[in-house]
Write a protein that binds this ligand. Structure first.
Ligand SMILES: [Zn+2]
Length: 152
């Protein structure tokens, strides 16, 4: 079901939220583990959030950091949830880490959760979707968890 395309470059010591490999395996489903900890990619059009338009926040499945909001989600037709920007931390920093990924003979930018190092997907630019950042954060549904906005 998954294609592995990048080295598991996460080094737990560098992240504020760190678990042992055994703890990660216990906390995450096999699918979530493959994506978040081994930089796997779910097949397009299979993730649960690709078409979700409900209002709310998307949290990291590894550490629960709030990474994206529904207000910056758009339908890119690419088969994965797409956002044009991430959320900021309470200190105003990015909630993500951007890492050059040269796997598969391509030059791409990998995005990871800055708190736990979990792999989220890749970010692409210059595709002309017309949103304020010109970026498409292509995120695996398996790496995020949707929290609906409280009603009322
Ligand atoms: Zn995280």
């Amino acid at each position: 079901m998954f294609k592995r395309h990048a080295t598991p470059a996460t080094s737990p010591q560098t992240y504020t939220y760190a678990l042992s490999e055994a703890e990660w395996r216990e906390k995450l489903s096999p699918l979530e583990y493959q994506v978040l900890r081994e930089a796997g990619t779910e097949r397009p059009f299979t993730g649960e959030y690709e078409e979700l338009e409900a209002a709310g926040t998307y949290h990291c499945r590894g550490c629960d950091a709030a990474l994206y909001s529904s207000g910056k989600k758009f339908n890119a037709g690419c088969g994965w949830p797409a956002f044009w920007a991430e959320e900021a931390t309470s200190e105003g920093a990015s909630t993500l880490e951007y890492i050059e990924d040269r796997s598969l003979g391509m030059r791409r930018v990998e995005i990871r959760c800055a708190r736990c190092g979990g792999h989220l997907g890749h970010v692409f630019t210059g595709e002309g979707f017309g949103y304020p950042t010109d970026a498409r954060h292509c995120v695996n549904s398996a790496s995020i968890k949707f929290v609906p906005e409280a009603e009322g």
